[in-house]
Structure formats: C-alpha cells, structure tokens
Ligand binder design. Structure first.
Ligand code: ZN
Ligand code: ZN
Length: 725
C-alpha cells in the first residue's frame, strides 16, 4: 500500500482552494500542469491498499460550487483515480474522520471510483480510501472534485418580558421580571427555515458563554419556527419571577438540508434589586388613626410605615422605627440622633404598624422615622422625618372681686373708701404637667371697657377657697374699676388673661342740715325787726380720707328760697358749736320774710346736697292801741275817730295774755278798753297793747304791711303812714 500524502487531481482540482496562502501559486501551477498532463502525484500500483487525502481545506472557505443546485444541498464529490489502464480495483471505501466521520462506499466509473458525502469543513477533514484490487500504472489520487457547502444560518434572539416588551441585550429589568426568549433564524442564501428552535437559560453570563455544546443551563423549550422568512420561534418557556442577578438566554437551530444550524450569541440581562420606599404617617394613640392637626399636651402617638416598591412574591424586609425627641434635630433619610424603637414585619399591604407609642408627651415638636432594611431582593430605604407637634395646653383664669369680708362684689358697687381684693382660679391643667403658679393681678381705674392699662397689684397668697389672692387695695375713691388676673404660661402651657372683672365705688351722699341763729346763737325762725342773724349748717355723709367740699350759704329775701338769692360767705366754725359752720352775719333786717339755704356741691367722690329752705320772719313792731290812743290825734289830726277805728279794725286780736287776774284769756282791744285800768288800763294797757302788737300780730296777714314808726326799743322813728287795711 502506498500513501499519497498530498493529492490534487483532475482538472477540477484547481477549484480546491488552499488554506495556505504561500502555496496558492504552487497550486495554480499544478492546476495548469494537470490541465495538460492530468497527472499529479502518483502512487505505485499495489494490491489492496490505502490512499490518503490530506487536503486541509481552502484559503477562504470557498469551494468549487459551480454545480451546486438552488436547493443548496451540501455535498462533496470524492474521486479516487485508479491509476489508468490495467487496474483491477473492484471496490473502494472512502473513510472520513475528523469533522466528517463516516464510511462511504465508492462507485466505479471507468478508471475512477466516486463517492458523494455531505459537506464538511475541509479544514478539519481527514480522508483516505481503502481499496480492493490492484491499482494501474499511473498515478493514483484521492481528490475532491467539487462540492457545495450548503446554506448557513444565523440564529438571533430577542428577550421579552411578560408584557412582550423587548429587553435589550445587557439591560436591566426589575425584580420579579418574567422573561422569555424569541428566536429568529435567517438563512443564507435566503430561504424559509423549518424545524424548531431550542432555548436554554443560564443563571450567569459566564455559564452561557461556556456552554459551547449547548447542553448547559436549563432547557426552556423547543419551539417550532413559524414558516416565515426569516423564521421566528417564540415564545420560549418563560422564566419564573427572577431574583436579582445576571442571566442569559441562547437559542439553537439545528439546521436543515442545505443549511447548517446555528447557535445564537448569549443574550444577557440583569435583574435589579427593587428600590423600596417608606411613607410614614404619625398616628394618635387615641383614637388610633392618622393624626389630625396637633396632639394635645400629654397625648401619645406612634408611627405607621407604608413600604412602597414591594414586588409580589418577594417578602418585604422588616421595618424599624425611630423616634426623635422634642427639639432633637432630624434629617431626612438619617437616623442619626434618633432613638431606635421596635421592628415589625410589614403586613400583606406593606404596612408596618404600630411603632412603639410615645406617651405623655410634653409640648414641642417631635419626629418619627421608619427604616425598611435591604436584603437580597430589595434596596432598603430610610424615610423622611415625620414631624408632629404637641400643643401647649391653654390655661384659663377666672376671677372674683372680693370686698374686705370676702364677699363677691364683681359687677356690683361698694361704698366710697372700700378696700377690696381680687381672687383668681386657674383651670386647664393636664395631669402630669404642673400648672404654672405665676399669677399677676392688675387693677384698672376709670374703667370703661379695657383692662389693658391696669396697674400691677401685688399677690397675697392663697385664700381659703384655694384661689390666688391679690393684695388689698387702698381705700378706693368713687369710680369704675376692674381687676384682671393673668396666669403666665410656660413650656407646656399657654398663659391666659382673665376677663375684666368690673366693680364700682359709689359716691357718698352728703347731707346738709341747717339752723338760723340770732346774734346769741339761738336758733330762730322769727325775729324782731332790726335783728342780725346768721345761718349754721351741719354736714353728714363725709367719708374719712375723702375731703368733702365746703358748704355755701345763700340768703333769700323771700320765705321760699325762690330766685337766685345772695351768696353769703362761709366764715368757718360756729362759735357755739365747732361741728357747725356758719355764714357771715346778715345786716339788721327790716320786717319781712326771708330764707336761708345751705348747700354742699358734689365732686368725684360725693353727691352734693342742699338743705331745706329755712324761712325767717322779721316781725314788724306793730303800733299798739295805746300808741294810737296817745298819739293818734297828734299824728293825724282830729278827722279820725280812734275809737271807731279800733272798734272796726282791732277787735279781733287773738292770743292768750292773762296779765292780771280777771283779764280774759283772749282779749280783744275792746275787752282791754272795756276792762279799763283795773286790768289793762292806763300805762298797763299801753304795755299790754304793745306786747300784743309786737308778739302776736293782728289776726290776719293782711295787716302785716303796716309800718309802725316805733323801733324795737319803742322810739318813734319819724314817719307814719297808714295803710288801708
Ligand atoms: Zn377674699
Ligand atoms: Zn351761731
């Protein structure tokens, strides 16, 4: 047996392209020589032997395809040249190894034996022929006449999520994504691919790349192509909901007659962790609900956290709560400074509730914060600060004004000079938070409707009732007043002003009583003509510490104090009684009617008064019948009969004047005349008549106008006139 180590034969061998560029020129030369002589390397004739083909392919993968049909059926035509002439080979078998393992019987045609094999990659192909018989004298060659490599294919894939949205190579998808693959098989030359595509899925890019034999990972189904050009096979079996990581699909189409199969490249994608969020809501403890407005002093609160971003099927991590006390700085997303509270697993709705309650809270501003942890599936998150406020409690203060006997005088009146105090009661305290004890009082004088400008009044401890007590006022002048009390707030309480608590101090009522004095400080209401008098007054109702106005006197020349009168000076204490004040002396008064009145004016503390009108009568010195009897004729001549005048006009003298035994108790002038000297007669009668005239007057007021020309001492004063009665 001879071994032919490198054989190129027949005219068509020129179509076999060498993979070694440096031999190409040589091959061309050989081809030319073959075209002339048809002779290559020769093998010596021998019985039953082997001829090797060691051609190792071509320089660019091309082969003589001139006889390839449109079907792109791949084949190689092998020709074993028996050596020409007297050969006796009866059978031969082509043996392929390497990429084309197999045995192929050869068929004799003339001086050649031929076999057709599928197309194989020449670069990895090894062949030889074993034959039975004896070769001829010429060269024995094993050559590839020509062949068709057949079509190729490209299998590409497109990943899609459960919504059939395309997932680009190398991109990321959310936690829990469900991915499937779609394969497209494109044939070259163009044709409709048939058969099915098989998908595989890998849990790392490396695993995919390493699986060159397409048997690693997980089978994700075999899907028939859809008969289109290019063909599509989809969907692959979908993944389960994927946890974070890097994954890859690839697909294989096994090929079909005339076309080689292909495996797609790895199509990788990444499943990201899901970013969680936390929204917190402060809850009041009672009721347990989202806090409305602010908490009240002493209330309690807790937090509720709603975790967002969770993915169905992937359990949420636990939530841990933090608390920032009153005034503690809180920064969104940072637990620095906070106090860790409890940790809870979110419920099916993603809500972690309740946090530890923070109870009996003082007034101020606080924050809760919630942190959801990260894990294999999730990126954790720290919430924003969740601020809430506990309000100060509003204190209230009410007051009651007391008099010195602790009786309520609020909205009432008290007497001038009263000493009062205020009392105040504070309410609105919250258990556990001491109520402020600073209570201030003010007193507003000349109160109208505002206490804002009151003057401070000191404190005087606590009354029996438990109320705060102000200091006592001084003795108060008349007017309107109001107390107000203020309780001063603190960190937990809002202070408060009481309402104005008004009261009034009444003016005191003065009263004036009077008497008219004669010159001897005797009280008189009538007096003889020519007398000098003065008025006296006594004042009542004055209050110690509040000076009453001075008394003024008015003198009237009538008995009823009518008209303006004449002001008379107040000259101070009366000589008879220092508790009285007196007026200046009158002039010597003529007969007639007079009156005095004393007054005291009002002022800011007192109501004034005027005395009653005090009438004073200054009597005329009536001329007595004796006067007339002795002087009438001298004064008026003889034209008038005195007896008849007396009889007509003076017979109605009344009064009791029993001067002498036997005298009538109520004598008339006629009685006196008739009784004669034994009773009234002579000088006695004159004296009696004078007395009666002076002290009792005539029976009627119509006679008061007489002007007797006799003074208080009985002396005639000069002019006599007679009035018609
Ligand atoms: Zn009191
Ligand atoms: Zn007097």
């Amino acid at each position: 047996m001879r071994v032919i180590t490198y054989v190129l034969g027949r005219s068509r061998v020129s179509k076999i392209q060498q993979k070694f560029p440096k031999t190409k020129k040589f091959i061309t030369a050989i081809a030319i020589s073959l075209g002339i002589a048809g002779v290559g390397l020769s093998a010596l004739a021998s019985a039953n032997g082997t001829v090797n083909w060691t051609g190792q392919g071509t320089s660019n993968g091309a082969l003589d395809t001139i006889e390839c049909t449109a079907s792109n059926t791949s084949y190689l035509l092998w020709v074993f040249t028996l050596g020409g002439g007297n050969e006796s080979v009866t059978s031969a078998t082509l043996h392929l190894s390497g990429s084309g393992s197999g045995n192929f019987p050869m068929v004799k045609t003339g001086h050649e034996m031929k076999a057709t094999t599928p197309y194989f990659n020449l670069s990895t192909l090894h062949a030889n022929v074993t034959y039975v018989g004896t070769l001829g004298r010429g060269a024995a060659n094993l050559v590839i006449s020509h062949g068709c490599p057949g079509g190729t294919s490209v299998t590409s894939t497109i990943l899609k999520d459960s919504s059939n949205n395309i997932v680009l190579e190398g991109s990321s998808v959310p936690l829990g994504s469900v991915i499937h693959d779609s394969a497209t098989v494109t044939l070259i030359p163009s044709a409709v691919p048939t058969g099915s595509v098989t998908f595989r899925f890998y849990t790392s890019s490396t695993d995919c790349t390493a699986d060159t034999t397409f048997n690693g990972g997980t089978t994700m189904g075999t899907v028939a192509l859809n008969g289109s050009n290019p063909g599509v096979a989809e969907p692959s079996t979908a993944t389960s909901a994927l946890v974070p990581g890097t994954y890859a699909f690839k697909a294989k189409w096994p090929g079909m007659t005339g076309y080689t199969g292909s495996i797609s490249s790895c199509e990788t994608f990444t499943v990201n962790k899901a970013q969680l969020g936390v929204n917190t809501t402060v809850h009041s403890d009672a009721p347990d609900q989202a806090l409305v407005g602010n908490l009240n002093l002493g209330d309690g609160a807790h937090d509720s956290a709603a975790v967002t971003g969770g993915v169905s099927g992937f359990t949420l991590p636990n939530v841990t709560f933090y608390f920032f006390g009153n005034g503690v700085s809180c920064t969104n997303g940072s637990t620095a400074g906070g106090t860790q509270l409890n940790t809870l697993a979110p419920d099916v709705n993603g809500v972690a509730h309740p946090s530890t309650s923070e109870t009996a809270l003082a007034a101020g501003t606080y924050n809760f914060m919630a942190v959801v942890a990260g894990d294999n599936n999730y990126l954790g998150f720290t919430s924003d600060c969740e601020p809430f406020t506990v309000n100060k409690a509003q204190l209230n203060i009410s007051t009651i004004v007391h008099d010195a006997a602790h009786q309520d005088i609020t909205n009432n009146s008290v007497a001038l000079g009263s000493v009062v105090h205020d009392t105040a009661t504070v309410t609105g305290g919250v258990s556990g938070f001491p109520v402020p004890t600073t209570v201030n009082f003010t007193l507003t004088g000349n109160y109208t409707d505002s206490c804002s400008n009151g003057s401070a009044v000191g404190n005087d401890g606590i009354e029996l009732s438990g109320a705060y007590k102000s200091a006592d006022t001084s003795a108060l002048g008349a007017g309107n007043y109001a107390f107000r009390a203020t309780v001063v707030g603190n960190d937990n309480y809002l202070g408060s002003n009481s309402a104005c608590e008004p009261f009034s101090v009444n003016k005191a009522q003065l009263s004036v009583t009077t008497n008219i004095h004669d010159a001897n400080h005797q009280v008189v209401t009538s007096i003889a003509t020519g007398s000098v008098v003065h008025d006296t007054a006594s004042l009542a109702g004055a209050v110690s510490g509040f000076t009453a106005p001075a008394i003024t006197f008015t003198f009237y020349t009538n008995s009823l104090c009518t008209g303006d009168g004449t002001s008379v000076a107040n000259t101070g204490a009366d000589e008879s009684n220092s508790s009285l004040v007196r007026s200046a002396n009158s002039a010597a008064l003529a007969a007639g009617s007079y009156s005095y009145k004393a007054s005291v004016a009002g002022n800011s503390n007192y109501l004034g008064d005027s005395s009653d009108c005090e009438p004073l009568t200054v009597n005329a010195f009536w001329c007595s019948p004796g006067f007339w009897a002795q002087n009438y004729q001298n004064l008026v001549g003889t034209d008038y009969d005195i007896t008849s005048i007396l009889g007509v006009h003076y017979n109605t003298i009344s009064g009791a004047a029993a001067l002498k035994s036997g005298a009538p108790a109520d004598p008339t002038i006629q009685d006196m005349l008739d009784a004669g000297a034994s009773v009234y007669g002579g000088p006695a009668m004159n004296s009696v008549a004078d007395y009666i005239s002076a002290h009792f007057g005539w029976g009627g007021t119509s006679a008061t106008g007489d002007n007797c020309p006799i003074d208080a001492h009985g002396n005639f004063t000069g002019t006599l006139s007679i009035q018609t009665l």
